[in-house]
Design a protein around this ligand. Structure first.
Ligand code: ADP
Ligand code: MG
Length: 205
């Protein structure tokens, strides 16, 4: 579950979030639409601590993880290692070349969940864009996230890969996660999301 209440954020005196409210229940998939610059990314970044809000409340039931349009994976490392790195937050070792067996097992299950178990040992740079985005989602699962925030997760993907990622996000919500995705294609939002929230000038329209 994610509850954002009255979120405020300015950059250099310019108000970007002007009291933004959004609640996403466990099991719900919300699509966040709205013009460029309306504050969608800033709102999500506040939830995971990449920006610090000026005001408002953010309540996360569990752990929130973010996936991005520009997929942040280590291309020269294999898919499994990239997914394992999702567990770093709860390991004593902050960086690791060889992950413990139980973490590798859990990461393998996450890769299986996104349909990429057979690519576990491939260098991520060799995977397609859609596969890389699914590895990024598997890493979020390995963070044991209950809330997934996806900022334009399909904007860089071909239509077929986009559909696979949307189906995956929807399935994760149906299994009980709270999922928010910033999307630019309203038809994808209508097809896959449970609810659509339009954002305009820093508030939910
Ligand atoms: N770190 C930052 N410093 C200054 N301005 C920013 C920063 N991040 C975002 N902005 C500005 O905040 C506004 C909203 O940005 P953003 O949240 O990225 O919108 P959206 O994702 O809806 O396109 C934009 O005008 C953007 O230029
Ligand atoms: Mg954005």
């Amino acid at each position: 579950m994610l509850a954002i209440r009255g979120l405020r954020k300015s950059f250099g005196g310019r108000t970007v979030l002007d009291g933004f409210d959004l609640t996403v229940e466990a099991g719900e998939f919300v699509a966040l639409l709205g013009p460029n610059g309306s504050g969608k990314s800033t709102a999500l970044r506040c939830v995971v601590g990449l920006e610090s809000p000026d005001g408002g409340e953010i309540e996360v039931g569990g752990t929130a993880a973010m996936v991005f349009q520009k997929i942040h994976l280590v291309g020269r490392r294999n898919a499994l290692d990239n997914v394992c790195s999702g567990a770093l937050g709860r390991l004593k070792l902050r960086h690791s070349l060889v992950f413990p067996h139980d973490v590798r097992q859990e990461a393998m299950a996450c890769l299986e969940r996104v349909g990429l178990a057979d690519r576990a040992l491939d260098r991520t740079a060799r995977l397609s864009g859609g596969q890389q985005q699914r590895v990024a989602i598997a890493r979020a699962l390995c963070q044991r996230a209950n809330v997934i925030l996806a900022d334009e997760p399909v904007s860089a993907l071909d239509p077929q890969a986009a559909v696979q990622v949307m189906e995956l996000l929807q399935a994760l919500a149906n299994e009980g996660m709270a999922v928010v995705a910033v999307l630019h294609q309203p038809e994808l939002a209508h097809t896959y999301a449970h609810r659509i929230v339009e954002m305009r000038a820093g508030v939910a329209a």
